[in-house]
Ligand binder design. Structure first.
Ligand code: ADP
Ligand code: MG
Length: 292
């Protein structure tokens, strides 16, 4: 590519809301074989809502909701906002809490009114020595509906299964279809549970799913996908995505995402949607005269 064609392509990208922070990205994108996409906030709106809360025998639903909302009021995670909003919607007073702690990729804990409360993923409950299989049928149903099941423990006893649902962005399906039309594979990388991830991937026609990934595992997932498919573009929006954006051959950040993601990316998608990815790849192919 000549410096002039790169300049023209970069300028055309800017008109289309695709900002190339590095000219190299425009050259590399035409060779992409696989696009790996973060789920929460990239494929989905990133604003989940609480849909289900079922308590175990002997637990009061309202007390459990107030307790977990109190803990989540200290967390920045989108799941936390869903739970706090639900408690507020039911007009609940949140009890005082102490000893708040956030456990990366697992969940949150604190002491609420003298009761130790943990809220988080099934793998965390298992680590705490709790048997989540009592909620197995519910978890299976919720996951197959594309909802994310979580669990709450009170004083070391499994108290509830909670589900949040994060709507898929209306633009996601068309973007994935366009990527397929360009001959690419699409993979999803997420910390969410496998069944939920699979349900969402199936709705979108995504080819491959890497689920239950801890934040540190996203880079490894990128490396593995690149080894099996070839040149890889990664698309993400969150702080968690910054290392994967840097590791990818081309990192594309959703423009409405966090500053850290944007700064780690080679390309910024101003539209705030995945639709910018096929646009960027098509532009790369057109600019470099390599339309396949
Ligand atoms: P993701 O961005 O995919 O949600 P995270 O690493 O932030 O990945 O979280 C992984 C999992 O840990 C979540 O899917 C959830 O099960 C659990 N988790 C994380 N933070 C919280 C929280 N504040 N409340 C409840 N569960 C949480
Ligand atoms: Mg995200």
């Amino acid at each position: 590519a000549t410096p002039t064609s790169i300049m023209v392509g970069t300028g055309r990208g800017a008109e289309l809301g695709v900002l190339f922070r590095k000219g190299e990205a425009l050259q590399l994108l035409k060779d992409a074989r696989v696009v790996a996409v973060d789920k929460t906030g990239t494929l989905t709106e990133g604003h989940p809502v609480l849909t289900d809360l079922d308590v175990a025998e002997g637990f009061d639903r309202t007390r459990v909701l107030a307790a977990i909302a109190a803990v989540e009021s200290r967390s920045e995670h989108p799941i936390a906002r869903a739970i706090v909003t639900a408690a507020e919607g039911e007009g609940l007073e949140l009890p005082a809490l102490a000893d708040f702690e956030s456990v990366t990729g697992m969940g949150v804990r604190a002491v609420v009114d003298g009761v130790r409360v943990e809220v988080g993923a099934d793998r965390w409950m298992r680590e705490l020595g709790l048997d989540v299989t009592t909620f197995g049928a519910s978890a299976q149903r919720l996951g197959s509906e594309g909802k994310s099941p979580l669990y709450a423990a009170l004083d070391g006893r499994l108290a509830a299964i909670v589900a949040v649902s994060d709507p898929i962005k209306p633009s996601s399906k068309a973007a994935i279809d366009a990527l397929h039309g360009l001959g690419l594979k699409v993979a999803m990388i997420t910390g969410d549970n496998a069944r939920t991830a699979r349900a969402i991937a199936d709705q979108l026609g995504i080819d491959e799913v890497v689920a239950e990934v801890l934040p540190a595992g996203k880079v490894e997932a990128v490396q593995r996908l690149r080894a099996s498919h070839g040149t890889l573009a990664f698309v993400g929006d969150g702080i968690n995505d910054a290392p994967a954006l840097a590791e990818a051959d081309v990192g594309l950040a959703i423009g409405t995402g966090t500053d850290v993601a944007v700064e780690s990316a080679d390309v910024v998608l101003m539209s705030g949607s995945l639709q910018g990815v096929p646009t960027a790849i098509a532009l790369s192919k057109a600019t470099l005269g390599n339309i396949r």
